[in-house]
Design a protein around this ligand. Structure first.
Ligand SMILES: O=P(O)(O)O[C@@H]1[C@@H](OP(=O)(O)O)[C@H](OP(=O)(O)O)[C@H](O)[C@H](OP(=O)(O)O)[C@H]1OP(=O)(O)O
Ligand SMILES: Nc1ncnc2c1ncn2[C@@H]1O[C@H](COP(=O)(O)OP(=O)(O)OP(=O)(O)O)[C@@H](O)[C@H]1O
Length: 483
């Protein structure tokens, strides 16, 4: 990429989240990730540019020195900081504006710093992997928190029984963020049980919200209604997927071939999510078990009488096991962290210059990582302990908000990195994205949000359900057969 010859016509809108906007190159497997700011900040050009200059290198360092060692080299792509011509960025911003979903337009793209991140386009696979040039399918999942908190600091019993995602659904519905409740439960996805994972993925397909996106050849073909201009239906998705699962038409004796396509598709995703584990002597992948935490969420729609089937766990090196282990660095819960945050704040009020030594805002280097890894288990009342736990909490928060991308395409028989399935055979890659540091200043907000979510959940589940909400749940009938 020649930075002095950047042309906005070589790039197109690819997607965005709350904090950044991503454009992809038309020919090369590259994306540019650019920061966004609240529209009201756009008058303060110098401050926003300075913020980006600081934040983008921090994102790369945090990915390289903190998240990569924790999650594994193979899953994390840290990218590189690029300095882009301001004129290019301004033209690009104008070009992509009409593609942006309305719900993201409360923020504007940073056109002041010229600073961006260049990353591999993870929705694509290198061309030589592709048989017949079939475009790759990419499934992006934002799995969210996969365990129930086990901290002794928890004051509301329901937090030990119902997961944060399922509780949060009620609050989001009431706030108008989503129109329907999702039946997806992260604890099912992280269970390692193929049956539970199947149900979790099926529920994501029925109500993707911001937890599921599907791309074909780098183009978004399936996501939630508010995030895509044209709403793709499951039937459209089946048409897209059909050529990848040609023999599924003969399954079910030719009846409901669409279901067979989705069944196979879900099984490919499950296999990719469970792949990457090493083998012990018996040849079985070593499993990790979550002994500290109750493994089932009471709000999950997965039938309870099926829970005892089998002794499941995630293969040790699978992407989900890696993410879950990092999420579980949050072992005090926000209720245990908030008093420690206040301890740090009090200390910083007295000794403001200590902020740098304690690496509150970075740099995110080996020494930050040492603090995360070597934080003592017992509270000795020191500010060092409080800072260590706060750092660990922030790292866990990143893992609770990251996304997994599984990209696959049909391949020849002898291809490496194959998914171990009966026919058809796919070459695939699994990556983790959106691994940005979460701000230290965000902790009071997290504390308040936690209280609101729990209180709202208790109120809404103790009161009789409003008729429309109840109806939504009734309408969510199973679409496919369980495997
Ligand atoms: O707090 P949560 O659990 O709602 O997560 C936020 C996400 O909402 P979600 O519940 O996934 O729809 C939220 O996602 P959306 O903007 O809703 O797509 C962001 O990812 C946010 O992170 P950040 O502030 O942009 O760094 C996320 O905030 P963090 O809590 O991770 O900082
Ligand atoms: N390397 C990549 N390759 C392909 N697509 C990408 C890549 N990085 C990001 N994307 C796409 O861009 C979207 C937005 O990126 P990202 O999730 O990093 O934004 P964000 O604003 O940081 O998210 P959040 O809302 O969690 O704060 C992703 O959902 C994904 O579809």
């Amino acid at each position: 990429m020649e930075l002095d010859k950047m042309d906005e016509n070589d790039w197109k809108y690819h997607g965005e989240g709350n904090k950044s906007l991503v454009v992809s190159h038309l020919q090369h497997c590259k994306v540019l990730r650019l920061l966004k700011f609240p529209s009201e900040d756009s008058a303060h050009t110098r401050q926003t540019a300075e913020q980006a200059f600081r934040h983008i290198p921090n994102i790369v360092d945090y990915s390289k020195y903190v998240m990569k060692p924790l999650l594994g080299e193979k899953y994390v792509h840290s990218g590189e900081v690029v300095k882009l011509p301001l004129d290019f960025v301004r033209q690009l911003s104008l070009k992509v504006q009409q593609e942006r979903p309305e719900l993201r337009c409360d923020k504007v793209m940073d056109t002041f710093s010229g600073c961006g991140l260049c990353l591999p386009n993870l929705t694509q696979l290198p061309l030589h992997h592709l048989r017949d040039h079939s475009p790759p399918i990419c499934v992006e999942i934002k799995p969210k928190c996969g365990f129930l908190p086990f901290s002794r600091h928890i004051t509301k019993e329901c937090k030990r029984k119902v997961c944060r995602f399922c509780m949060h659904q009620h609050y989001k519905l009431a706030n108008g963020k989503w129109k329907r409740l999702s039946r997806y439960c992260p604890l099912d996805l992280f269970s390692g049980s193929k049956q539970r994972m199947y149900v979790a993925l099926k529920n994501l397909l029925e109500e993707p919200q911001n937890n599921l996106k599907i791309f074909k050849g780098g183009e978004l073909i399936f996501s939630c209604k508010d995030d895509a201009k044209q709403q793709p239906e499951l039937n459209d998705l089946i048409q897209h997927l059909r050529p990848y699962f040609p023999h599924s038409n003969s399954l079910y004796n030719g009846h409901q071939p669409g279901k067979a396509v989705l069944n196979e598709f879900i099984q490919v995703i499950c296999s990719a999510l469970l792949s990457g584990g090493d083998s012990n002597r018996s040849g079985e992948p070593r499993k990790v078990h979550l002994s500290e935490s109750r493994p089932h969420c009471e709000a999950s729609p997965f039938p309870r009488d099926l829970l005892r089937n089998g002794n499941h766990g995630l293969p040790k090196d699978s992407v989900l096991a890696k993410i879950l282990q990092v999420q579980m660095l949050d072992n005090l819960d926000i209720e245990g962290i908030y008093p420690l945050y206040k301890r740090v704040e009090q200390y910083l009020e007295e000794f403001p210059r200590e902020r740098n030594r304690l690496q509150i805002d970075g740099p995110y280097n080996e020494s930050f990582m040492d603090t995360v890894k070597n934080c003592p288990t017992e509270d000795d009342g020191s500010v060092e302990y409080a800072v260590g736990k706060v750092h660990q909490y922030r790292v866990a928060m990143t893992a609770k908000d990251c996304s997994v991308m599984i990209t696959f395409a049909p391949c020849e028989e002898d291809e490496e990195h194959q998914l171990n399935l009966e026919k058809p055979r796919f070459t695939y890659s699994v990556s983790i994205l959106d691994l940005d540091p979460k701000p230290y200043e965000g902790i009071p907000h997290q504390y308040k949000l936690d209280t609101k979510i729990v209180n709202y959940y208790l109120r809404s589940t103790q009161a009789p359900p409003p008729s429309s909400l109840y109806k939504e749940r009734q309408d969510c009938t199973l679409l496919f057969h369980a495997v």
